[in-house]
Ligand binder design. Structure first.
Ligand SMILES: Nc1ncnc2c1ncn2[C@@H]1O[C@H](COP(=O)(O)OP(=O)(O)O)[C@@H](O)[C@H]1O
Ligand SMILES: [Mg+2]
Length: 527
């Protein structure tokens, strides 16, 4: 390989597109293309994805899919763990086995490395909001697997980071199993290398993700390390914040009144429903904090995805609990008032447990039982007294939230723009305001939007075509750009409209329903 080719390969690995490479090296686009073609020949690869992963040992846990591949930038989380070189080979094997099994169970990728080290990559096949939790649990599992040998377990060190990965996908967003590459992998390995024995070092983007998607109050400063041993707790808790949520006056007033009524012996089962980032966890924390302020008692649980049903943790300390503990809390008698039992992300519980919670809640005297979750549609708690559905914040509340996050006292054109983009979703408002200078979608939002989009199975070629046009395209224009029949475009657009991703205007032209969806599609493209 010539020095130039090596340089270009490095830039490809960093996820740069031809135009960016040309800019960076100060050469023409045509020259870059020539170099890239020569590079492919030299490496005996057919495409860019294969080039970037050339020489990397990638073990896929998903079957290869056929179909027209698209290269996409996707959000990922990388966990890199290692034992000292002096550790016996059997320990290395155990480490690899544990990581490989975990990858298999959770749609992750496992990169086996020589010696006593390995990497787990989450998000490539399908990003989910819970990936960070799964990664931290993976780290704890590895520790646990080694734990019968004390010296080994305490010698384990690791790095955790998040970033973007280039992967080859089929046109419906399914991973084609072909290739992955990401500077995040190198970063996670460096962090692991530098970490103290027994510790997991956190990169700044992983810390951002942790704070953004944490169901508890962000710690005052991002934690830099976790001890592997401490990862059995729900790790991202730092107590309850004092500020009241913005723009939820109705919900707060209502919940306060319900709490008040528990002091008179009334009981109530209330579900809080809403999409990710609407503020469900925030309201749960509010109720817990109100109880404490008034000298009452709140028992606060949070659910996380487990292998059979949900894992349960007791907040605010975050220690592991079970669904039995939730039921016991419903039965326990106390004299403290007001009293509440709060179950966050309860949609992860099985239907049986939810039904039992509802039954117990009906018998519980003088307490408010709150169950928050994404959707209880199919596992509906039939006997819930009421459901609070969190809808989008008003424009003025969104502006207030953006302004507060930016540390501004009043509205400015920037506040107005970010609020429009956030379109009433509190998580979006906060993230856009926190990371506005980067111009790109903040990573946590790529996880949230990616998780949503991938679950819909839409035609990514169609979405790209709509995103690229400066004005909304018509059916004919789409069929021409996509080089397919009108009928095929009709089917694809109908699905995208039914999923709430595209919108058709009066002139039969298509556009995205939310500005951030278009941005997500544009940023995912790799040419
Ligand atoms: N009304 C609100 N005012 C201020 N911040 C909010 C509000 N609603 C949500 N947030 C913040 O937005 C983020 C996402 O909210 P969260 O409660 O975690 O959403 P959910 O649990 O519904 O996914 C959190 O940082 C939360 O503190
Ligand atoms: Mg939540």
């Amino acid at each position: 390989m010539t020095p130039r080719q090596r340089q270009i390969l490095g830039l490809l690995r960093a996820g740069k597109v031809n135009k960016e490479i040309a800019q960076e090296l100060g050469i023409g686009l045509g020259t870059v293309k020539q170099h890239v073609v020569a590079l492919f020949k030299k490496l005996k690869v057919r495409n860019r994805a294969m080039a970037v992963t050339h020489g990397m040992e990638v073990r896929a846990t998903a079957p290869r899919l056929t179909g027209d591949g698209l290269l996409e930038r996707r959000p990922c989380i990388v966990l890199s763990v290692a034992l000292p070189d002096s550790a016996p080979a059997s320990a290395g094997r155990l480490l690899h086995q544990t990581l490989a099994a975990y990858a298999f169970d959770h749609d992750a990728l496992f990169l086996a490395r020589r010696g006593n080290a390995g990497d787990l990559i989450f998000g490539v096949q399908r990003p989910r909001e819970h990936d960070l939790f799964l990664v931290l649990r993976a780290a704890h599992m590895v520790y646990h697997a080694l734990a019968n040998d004390d010296a080994l377990a305490t010698a384990l060190h690791g790095g955790l980071t998040a970033g973007m990965v280039i992967a080859s996908m089929n046109r419906h967003g399914g991973w084609s199993g072909e290739a992955i590459a990401s500077p995040a992998i190198a970063q996670a390995r460096e962090l692991a290398h530098a970490a103290q024995p027994g510790r997991l070092a956190l990169g700044s983007s992983a810390a951002d993700l942790l704070l953004a998607l944490s169901p508890c109050a962000p710690p005052p400063a991002a934690p830099e390390f976790f001890a592997f041993q401490a990862l059995d707790r729900f790790p991202w808790n730092a107590g309850y914040e004092q500020q009241a949520p913005i723009g939820r006056e109705f919900e707060l007033g209502h919940l306060d009144a319900l709490l008040e009524s528990t002091t008179k012996g009334e009981r109530r089962l209330v579900c809080i429903e809403g999409e990710t980032g609407m503020g469900k966890s925030r309201l749960c924390r509010y109720v817990a904090a109100r109880c404490a302020q008034q000298g009452g008692c709140a028992r606060h649980f949070i659910c996380a995805p487990g292998d059979n049903g949900a894992l349960v943790y007791a907040l605010p300390a975050g220690q592991p609990a079970t669904s039995e503990d939730i039921l016991a809390a419903l039965k326990a008698t106390t004299t403290a008032r007001p009293e509440a039992v709060i179950v966050d992300d309860g949609h992860l519980l099985t239907k049986d447990v939810l039904t039992e919670i509802a039954r117990q809640a009906a018998d519980a005297v003088g307490r408010l039982v709150l169950v928050a979750g994404r959707r209880f549609a199919e596992k509906k708690i039939a006997t819930a007294d009421e459901t609070l559905r969190l809808s989008r914040l008003s424009q003025s509340a969104t502006e207030q939230l953006v302004a507060r996050t930016l540390g501004l006292s009043d509205a400015s054109p920037l506040v107005a723009k970010l609020s429009r983009d956030a379109a009433g979703v509190p998580l979006f408002a906060i993230q856009l305001a926190c990371q506005r200078e980067r111009g790109r979608l903040p990573l946590p939002l790529r996880f949230v939007i990616g998780a949503r989009m991938d679950s819909l199975g839409l035609d990514h070629v169609l979405l790209r075509c709509v995103a690229r046009q400066s004005s909304p395209p018509s059916l004919d224009e789409l069929a021409a750009t996509m080089d397919t029949s009108i009928a095929a475009v009709k089917t694809a657009t109908a699905l995208a409209i039914a999923s709430g991703v595209l919108h058709r205007d009066d002139e039969n032209r298509f556009s995205f329903t939310h500005p951030l969806l278009r941005q997500a599609v544009i940023e995912a493209q790799v040419e």
